[in-house]
Design a protein around this ligand. Structure first.
Ligand code: ARG
Length: 489
C-alpha cells in the first residue's frame, strides 16, 4: 500500500517529530502475531503524531500509578525509584525536543513505556501492572482537560473583567438599542457591554460545572473489567488530585461525555463571541461608526487604500464553525458505540485539541481587542436620534396621563407617521403640534422625549439607566474578583 501520509488530509503539527520507522510489531503487544503490521495500517492506526501532546500527563499518571504500586508492594521500592528516574529523564528528553517518537510504537503511551524499558530495563516492564492503555488514555485526557479548563476559566474571568471596566466607563453613553436591527429604544453602551458579560458569565458557569465531571479518575479500571491486583485507587486519586473515582470500569474506559460537554461549552461560547463579533463588525463600519478598533487589530486591503478591515472579529466569527464541527465529530464518534473501549475513541483527541486551541486563542484576541476599543458617543447619539427611539416614552407618558396603553400607542404611531412624512424627530415637534395628536400632552413632555430622560426612566434592576449600569458594572467586577480569589485559594 501507498504511504499513508500521501492520503492523509489531517494536519499533524507534531508529525515532524515522528520517525518513519520500518514496520514491526511493538514488543508491547506483538506476542501473538506472526506477521508484521502492514506499513499503511501501522500509520493509519497510530496516534503518536497528535497524542504526544499528552506526554506530560501520561508521565504524571505513570508516576502516581508506580508510587501506588510500590506502596501496595506490587513492585519494589527499587523498581519504583528506577521508574521515577527513567520517567524524569524521558520528560527532559521530550522538553528538549530530543525524544525519538516512533509511529511503530503507535501512541504516546507505548512510546514512553518502550523508552522507559530501554533506559531502566526490567523495572520499566512492571509499570503497566494493573493498568491498560484504556484507563491510561482516559486518565491522560482528563488530566489534560482539567488544566485547560482552569486556564480557560481564568481567561474568561479576565475577559468579563474587561467588559465590566468598559461598562463602568461608558455607563452613561447613549446608543440606539435594536430589535430586528431597527432602532428600538435608547440604551447605554455600558448596558450593552454587560449583556455580553452576562453571556460569558453563564459560559463560565457551564465550564465550571463540566470540570467536576472531568475530574474523576479512571485508573483501576484497566482494560474494561478492573484488575485483580490490590491497587489503592484512593491513593492514586489523591496523588493526581482527582475529586472522585469512576464507579464502573466499563463506563470509565469508554466514557467521553466529558469531552462532549467541554465541546458543548465551547460551542456556546463561540456562538456568543460570534454574536459580539458581528456587532463589532457592524459598529466599525462607516455606516455605524459607533466604535473604533485600534489599527493593530485590523488589516488593510491590497487594492483599496482606504480599507481598514475588522479581521479579528471576522475570524472570531468564522472560527465558530470549526468548534461546532468538533462538537459534531465527538458526538458522532460516540454514537452507537458498544461498551467498552473501541479504537474509535482515538478520534476524540484532534477535535478536542483544536477546540481547546481555538477557544484559548479566541478569548485572547477578544479580550485584548475589547481592552483597546474606543467608543464614538456622537455617532451613537446621531444614530439614536434618527430612529424615533423615544416613541415608547411618549406612549408611556400618555399612559401616565390616563390613556390606556393601546390608545397611547395609536396616538404616538400617528405622530411618528407625521414626522416620517414631514421630516424630523418627535423631539423636534413644537408643543402645539404634539397637542394636536393628543390634548393631554403638556410642557413636561420635553423631558420625556430626551434620550437621557428615556434611559434614566428605566431604572428597575436589570435596566439600562446609567445608575443601574454603574452598579451592575461594579457587581460584575466584584463577581470576577470573588472567583479570582476562589481560584487562588
Ligand atoms: N491510542 C489509543 C487511544 O487514543 C490508546 C488506547 C488504545 N487501547 C487499545 N486497546 N488499543 O485511544
Amino acid at each position: 500500500m501507498a504511504d499513508p501520509k500521501d492520503q492523509s488530509t489531517q494536519s499533524a503539527p507534531a508529525e515532524a517529530g515522528a520517525s518513519n520507522a520500518a514496520p514491526s510489531n511493538p514488543a508491547l503487544w506483538g506476542g501473538r502475531f506472526t506477521e508484521a503490521t502492514d506499513a499503511f495500517v501501522q500509520a493509519f492506526t497510530a496516534s503518536v503524531t497528535f497524542d504526544q501532546r499528552l506526554a506530560s500527563y501520561d508521565i504524571q499518571g505513570s508516576l502516581a500509578h508506580a508510587k501506588m504500586l510500590a506502596a501496595q508492594s506490587i513492585i519494589t521500592d527499587e523498581d519504583y525509584q528506577a521508574i521515577v528516574g527513567g520517567l524524569s529523564q524521558i520528560s527532559a528528553e521530550i522538553e528538549r525536543g530530543e525524544f525519538q517518537w516512533s509511529i511503530a510504537l503507535e501512541d504516546v503511551h507505548m512510546n514512553i513505556e518502550s523508552r522507559l524499558t530501554q533506559l531502566i530495563g526490567a523495572a520499566g516492564k512492571k509499570l503497566h501492572t494493573g493498568r491498560s492503555r484504556n484507563d491510561q488514555v482516559a486518565t491522560d485526557i482528563r488530566l489534560f482537560l482539567r488544566d485547560e479548563i482552569d486556564a480557560i476559566a481564568s481567561q474568561l474571568l479576565e475577559t468579563i473583567a474587561v467588559l465590566g471596566q468598559l461598562a463602568d466607563r461608558e455607563h452613561a453613553t447613549i446608543m440606539p438599542g435594536f430589535t430586528h436591527l431597527q432602532t428600538a429604544q435608547p440604551v447605554t453602551f455600558g448596558h450593552h457591554m454587560l449583556a455580553w458579560a452576562e453571556m460569558l458569565k453563564r459560559d463560565y458557569g457551564r465550564l465550571i460545572d463540566s470540570r467536576a465531571r472531568c475530574n474523576s479518575m479512571p485508573l483501576g479500571s484497566a482494560a474494561l473489567a478492573g484488575t485483580p491486583y490490590p491497587l489503592d485507587r484512593q491513593m492514586t486519586m489523591s496523588e493526581l488530585g482527582f475529586e472522585t473515582m469512576s464507579a464502573n470500569s466499563l463506563d470509565a474506559v469508554s466514557d467521553r461525555d466529558f469531552i462532549i460537554e467541554f465541546c458543548s461549552f465551547a460551542s456556546v461560547l463561540m456562538m456568543h463571541m460570534s454574536r459580539f463579533s458581528e456587532e463589532l463588525i457592524l459598529w466599525t463600519s462607516a455606516q455605524f461608526g459607533f466604535i473604533n478598533l485600534p489599527d493593530k487589530f485590523c488589516t488593510g486591503s491590497s487594492i483599496m487604500p482606504q480599507k481598514k478591515n475588522p479581521d479579528v472579529p471576522e475570524l472570531l466569527r468564522g472560527k465558530t464553525g470549526r468548534v461546532y464541527g468538533h462538537l459534531m465529530s465527538v458526538l458522532t464518534l460516540m454514537k452507537s458505540q458498544p461498551l467498552a473501549y473501541n479504537k474509535d475513541n482515538q478520534e476524540d483527541k484532534e477535535p478536542l485539541f483544536d477546540t481547546v486551541d481555538t477557544v484559548r486563542n479566541s478569548l485572547t484576541a477578544f479580550r485584548d481587542m475589547m481592552a483597546a476599543v474606543t467608543v464614538n458617543p456622537p455617532a451613537m447619539r446621531q444614530a439614536v436620534a434618527r430612529g424615533f427611539a423615544t416613541a415608547t416614552d411618549l406612549a408611556d407618558y400618555l399612559v401616565g396621563k390616563g390613556l390606556p396603553f393601546r390608545d397611547a400607542h395609536e396616538v404616538v404611531g400617528k405622530a411618528v407617521g407625521w414626522c416620517v412624512e414631514h421630516g424630523g424627530d418627535l423631539s423636534d415637534l413644537p408643543l402645539e403640534q404634539l397637542q394636536a395628536f393628543h390634548p393631554s400632552i403638556t410642557a413636561d413632555v420635553s423631558e420625556v422625549l430626551t434620550l437621557e430622560g428615556s434611559v434614566n426612566a428605566r431604572s428597575l434592576p436589570g435596566g439600562t439607566a446609567p445608575v443601574r449600569v454603574a452598579e451592575a458594572a461594579k457587581a460584575t467586577l466584584a463577581w470576577v474578583e470573588e472567583r479570582r480569589v476562589g481560584a487562588r485559594s
